[in-house]
Design a protein around this ligand. Structure first.
Ligand SMILES: [Zn+2]
Length: 475
C-alpha cells in the first residue's frame, strides 16, 4: 500500500478508478493538488515532453512577471510615501491639522503597502513557484522513484538505509552526549527571556495538559534521552522549535493551524528529532549562544520598537512572523539541508513509533506550502532543502516503515483543545492589535489598508493579477 488515505480537512482527489485513463486534466491543474494526491496519481499519468517543457517555461515566465509586478508596486508605494512627505514639508506651518493627520496616515499606510509588496515579491511569490516546480518534478520523477522504492523493499536493501533500525527506536544512539545539551538549552531559554524575544507563555491548564500529553507520547517513542520540557507560547506565529536539551516550544499559531493531532504530533516529532540528533550542538561549535542572541536582540529591537524596517515589517505584523523563528531556526536550530532531511526522516519515524499517521507532518507541510505557507516563516518550512527533495525523502520513509494498523489521525482531545483555544486566541489577537510595540506608525485614528485578500485555494496567478492597492484618506 503506497498511501493510507486519511480523512483530512482538504478533500482528496477523485479516486483514480473513477477516472477513465484518458480523462487527464491539464498539467497545471495537477500542480494545485496536495502532494499526497500527487504521490497517488503520478504513476498513472503521462505527459508529453512538449507539455512539460511548456509548463516549465510558463512557471518561469509567471514567476518573473509576478515578482516584477510586485516589485513595481513597491516602488510606486515608495513614491507615494515621498509625495506625502513632500506635501507635509511644503505645507509648512500653514497646514491644517486635519490635512497633516491625513498625510501622516498616507505615509503610514503606503509604507505598509510597500512592505507588503516587497514581501510578496521577495519571499512569498518565489516560495509559491518553488512549490509548483516541486510538484511538476514530482509528477515527472515520482513514478521512477516509486518503482525504485518498491524494488528496495522487495530486495530488503531498504533496511540498510541510514536510521533504518526503526525497531530499536529509544535504544539506538543518534548522537552521543544529549545530556550535555541540557545546560546549553537552559542558557538559551534564559537568554531568550532576557532579550525579550520569548513571547509570554499561554497559561491554560487544559491546553497545557493536552499539548504536554501529545509531546510526551512522541518523546516516549523517540530517541530522546533528556527530560522533556514543553512550553506553549502566546504568539500567532505558526511554529514550533526545540532548544537543545529537550526544551520544546509550541507557538499558539501552530495549534490554530493544525487540522488534526497527527499533524501536531508530526511537527513536534520533527523538532524533537533536531534534539536527538544534536543538530544545534554541531552547529554551535562555531557560534556561541551569546553571539546568537546578540543578533536576535538586534532583530527584536527592530520589531519591538515598531520602527519601519521596510521589508518584512508588514509581513511580520500581519502574518505573525515575529522574528523569533527568523533568528532561531537559522542560527540556533540550524537550517542545513542535511539536518532538515534527517529531522524529517527521524520525525516521521517517531510519529510512526508513537502510533500516529505518518503522513501528518507532510500533510501539514503541504498545507503550509501550498496554501498559506508562502506567507509564513516557520522554521521547519524553508526551501532549502528544496520541497521536492523533502517530500520525496519523506514519502520514501513512509513507504519503508513497517505497516501499523490504527494509526491515529484525529482525537476528541484535539478537538476539545481547539474549542478551548478559540476564545483565548481571539482575545489575544484583540489585545495585540492595541499593543504599542506592534503599531508601525504613530498616527492615531488611521484606518490601515485592508489585509490582503487571498483565499488559500486560489492559484498564485490570481494573486499576481491583483491591481495596485490604494488607501483611503489623505485629501
Ligand atoms: Zn527542522
Amino acid at each position: 500500500m503506497l498511501l493510507i488515505l486519511m480523512t483530512s480537512a482538504q478533500p482528496l482527489a477523485e479516486p483514480m478508478a473513477s477516472l477513465p485513463a484518458q480523462a487527464q486534466l491539464p498539467l497545471r491543474d495537477y500542480l494545485q493538488k496536495p502532494y499526497a494526491d500527487l504521490f497517488e496519481l503520478a504513476p498513472g499519468l503521462s505527459f508529453s515532453s512538449t507539455e512539460v517543457s511548456q509548463q516549465r517555461e510558463a512557471l518561469k515566465r509567471g514567476e518573473d512577471s509576478c515578482r516584477r509586478r510586485f516589485g513595481d508596486h513597491a516602488k510606486q508605494h515608495g513614491r507615494q510615501v515621498d509625495e506625502a512627505r513632500k506635501q507635509l514639508k511644503s505645507g509648512g506651518t500653514e497646514i491644517s491639522e486635519a490635512r497633516r493627520s491625513a498625510l501622516h496616515c498616507n505615509i503610514q499606510n503606503y509604507e505598509l503597502l510597500r512592505s507588503e509588496a516587497q514581501m510578496l515579491s521577495q519571499h512569498a511569490i518565489p516560495t509559491a513557484y518553488d512549490n509548483l516546480n516541486a510538484k511538476l518534478d514530482l509528477l515527472l520523477q515520482w513514478p521512477a522513484q516509486y518503482r525504485q522504492a518498491r524494488a528496495e523493499i522487495a530486495n530488503g536493501s531498504y533496511n540498510s538505509r541510514r536510521w533504518g533500525d526503526v525497531k530499536d527506536i529509544g535504544f539506538r544512539e543518534i548522537a552521543s552526549g544529549q545530556q550535555d545539551d541540557i545546560k546549553r538549552g537552559q542558557q538559551a531559554v534564559e537568554e531568550l527571556k532576557r532579550t525579550g524575544l520569548l513571547p509570554p507563555a499561554l497559561e491554560d491548564k487544559q491546553i497545557q495538559q493536552y499539548v504536554n500529553s501529545v509531546a510526551a507520547r512522541v518523546a516516549r517513542h523517540s530517541d530522546l534521552k533528556v527530560p522533556l520540557h514543553v512550553t506553549i507560547l502566546q504568539s500567532r506565529e505558526v511554529n514550533a522549535f526545540a532548544l537543545p536539551g529537550g526544551y520544546l516550544f509550541i507557538e499558539r499559531g501552530l495549534l490554530e493551524s493544525a487540522d488534526d493531532e497527527s499533524q501536531l504530533a508530526g511537527v513536534m516529532a520533527h523538532e524533537l528529532a533536531h534534539d536527538t540528533a544534536r543538530h544545534s550542538a554541531k552547529l554551535m561549535k562555531r557560534a556561541t549562544i551569546a553571539g546568537i542572541f546578540y543578533q536576535a536582540a538586534q532583530v527584536a529591537a527592530i520589531l519591538l520598537t515598531g520602527g519601519i524596517a521596510g521589508i518584512g515589517m508588514y509581513y511580520a505584523l500581519q502574518y505573525g512572523f515575529y522574528g523569533l523563528g527568523l533568528v532561531l531556526d537559522l542560527k540556533l536550530l540550524g537550517v542545513s539541508r542535511d539536518y532538515e532531511l534527517e529531522a524529517d526522516q527521524l520525525g516521521i519515524q517517531y510519529a510512526w513509533s508513537a502510533g500516529y499517521d505518518t503522513t501528518g507532518f507532510t500533510r501539514f507541510f503541504d498545507k503550509m506550502a501550498s496554501k498559506e505557507g508562502y506567507v509564513n516563516g516557520v522554521s521547519w518550512f524553508r526551501t532549502h532543502p528544496p520541497f521536492y527533495q523533502r517530500m520525496v525523502q519523506a514519502q520514501r520513509e513512509i513507504m519503508f516503515l513497517p505497516p501499523k494498523s490504527d494509526q491515529v489521525v484525529q482525537t476528541s482531545a484535539f478537538l476539545a483543545m481547539k474549542k478551548e483555544l478559540a476564545p483565548i486566541a481571539a482575545a489575544a489577537e484583540k489585545e495585540e492589535i492595541g499593543k504599542p510595540s506592534l503599531l508601525i506608525g504613530k498616527e492615531e485614528g488611521c484606518t490601515p489598508p485592508k489585509k490582503l485578500e487571498y483565499t488559500p485555494s486560489q492559484p498564485i496567478e490570481e494573486l499576481c493579477n491583483m491591481p495596485l492597492r490604494t488607501v483611503g484618506g489623505g485629501r
